[in-house]
Design a protein around this ligand. Structure first.
Ligand SMILES: C[S@@+](CC[C@H](N)C(=O)[O-])C[C@H]1O[C@@H](n2cnc3c(N)ncnc32)[C@H](O)[C@@H]1O
Length: 231
């Protein structure tokens, strides 16, 4: 059963991405002009998506891939264009509808099955690869590990995720941020140190090991890719 911290954060994320930020998110993930700060985020996210896709085989023909927390679906579409059969799931029905609209006629040799719901749902079936781009960064490390453990049992080759790297500077910024009113800002990000996450994977996911990793720091976007693969 999911923990209370997981369930509470999932509720906040659903409200935030489905209502508060749905419009801003649609714009950020489009080619429409955005301000300077958001342009750095868009560029950083493009690099992150390319990094995660580079950790997958070039030819994904016939592979089953889960885009866990797909948002507006850019990664799902690119994987499908490389031949994958993608299940793309997100908590936000608004973003899933937009993702399906953007994907229509654009998936090449592959296919994307868009769903609304929780990425942990066992009814989604088994996969060759799972990708969770910036969708687990808001959960506490033990909750991230519980999600990965559930998915690991149903994944054949690799799970790719991003995390917010905890560095002394970022920890200080995070601490200062706590003193400001939250308003309609996005739900908190839960930074985790790279070494701690690697240790949690090694100890907590028997038969799996941390693989490639790359930090992307582009202006206001700081996120780190981690490959978790069969040992
Ligand atoms: C920062 S957005 C990233 C979206 C997409 N992966 C991308 O990079 O463009 C995070 C997304 O994860 C989704 N999400 C968070 N927790 C989830 C969960 N437990 N199950 C499914 N989706 C989730 C949110 O609704 C949101 O759309």
């Amino acid at each position: 059963m999911p923990s209370s911290t997981y369930t509470a954060r999932r509720g906040e994320l659903e409200t935030y991405f489905d209502r508060t930020a749905a419009e801003a998110w649609a714009r950020l993930t489009s080619t429409a002009p955005v301000g300077r700060v958001r342009a750095t985020v868009r560029a950083g996210r493009d690099s992150m998506r390319a990094t995660l896709l580079s950790y997958l085989p070039d030819d994904l023909t016939g592979r089953r891939l889960l885009d866990a927390g797909c948002g507006t679906g850019a990664l799902a579409v690119e994987a499908a264009r490389r031949g994958a059969h993608v299940t793309a799931i997100d908590l936000s029905p608004t973003l899933v509808a937009l993702a399906a609209e953007r994907a229509a006629g654009n998936t090449g040799a592959g296919h994307v099955d868009f769903r609304t719901g929780d990425m942990q749902d066992p009814a989604l079936g088994e996969f060759d690869h799972v990708v969770a781009m910036d969708s687990l960064i808001h959960y506490k490390a033990p909750d991230v590990m519980a999600v990965l453990a559930g998915l690991a049992a149903r994944t054949r080759h690799s799970m790719l995720l991003t995390f917010a790297p905890r560095t002394p500077l970022l920890a200080a910024m995070h601490a200062i941020g706590q003193f400001f009113p939250r308003g309609d800002r996005s739900p908190a990000i839960e930074p985790v140190a790279e070494r701690r996450l690697a240790r949690l994977v090694t100890v907590g996911l028997p038969g799996w090991q941390p693989g490639r990793s790359r930090r992307i720091a582009a202006g206001f976007y700081i996120s780190q890719a981690l490959e978790v693969r069969r040992a």
